[in-house]
Design a protein around this ligand. Sequence first.
Ligand SMILES: [Zn+2]
Length: 342
Amino acid sequence: MDILSIQQQAEKEIKGANDLKELNLVFEKYLGRKGEISKFFRSLKDLPLEQRKIQGKKANQVKEVLEKKIQEKRTILSKKPFQEIKRAELDVTQPGERINLGHLSILTYAKREVIDFFKSIGFEIIESPEVETEYYNFDALNIPDYHPARDSMDTFWLKNKEKSKDKFLLRTHTSPSQIRYMEKHKPPFRVITPGRVFRYEAIDASHEAQFYQVEGLAVSKDIGLANLRYVLENFLKYFFGREVNLRWRPGYFPFVEPGLEVDIECQVCQGKGCPTCKYAGFIELAGAGMVHPNVLKNGGINPYKWQGFAFGLGLDRLVMMRHNINDIRLFHSGDLRFMSQF
Ligand SMILES: [Zn+2]
């Protein structure tokens, strides 16, 4: 067969191929190792040199053309329309593949619940910087640098790049927001500051280097501890959806007087004692009290005219208690088995 007849025949068959399988057969028949083109090349060996050159060149051109045509056809066949898929291969009743959607962290959900509650009873939601100065984090809150209470809040101090009077740190509590707010607002007011705080401390099941607090501050002429108790008890009832056992005891914080510590019955062990509550049956949930007159003064408010309560709630612990989470480290572990439960 001469090379042009081979080309014509091959092109016809490429055109006629109905699927990839048929096309592959055409490929083998003409371009395969034992195909027509190879056969043609082999038949040239008996021709005179000149003839061989001319015929060989032609055959190479045909080979290229056929290769291109087969490639084009292959592209067309592999995009065969959907409706041509045989009925038996398509089961429209089969369930689709489930797509995993991300969601908010349980801590973010909880923070929003807290905000909803306090908004509903007339509190304003405020924010305050995570990087603070020594003044706002300590001095203005009645914790001068000789005060032993500073030791109880192991602090991440920041290196100053430029020479500055202020010493910077990562806030160890949300309380600096009290001073910042009081400096700019006149009482009466009620505010909460939900936010992250940082402590340079040994990490264990109930301690993390960063956690969330909700700071509360209410200042008016006749606010007292009874109001504080009412607000906190109602908040916890809302958050847990039921009554929870609380323990109120005197506590010392330099920025309140008198000061209270609020403990919640450990919900992991129902008060029986477990590693999460360090076998105490109760877990510290909040520090609270009546705002110390020095703090009011530092915020520019006359302590002879105004008084108020303040509290700092541990949000992570609240969530741990509500969901029976026994290890605070899980929140930032990035473990999807944990995160996707909520
Ligand atoms: Zn416990």
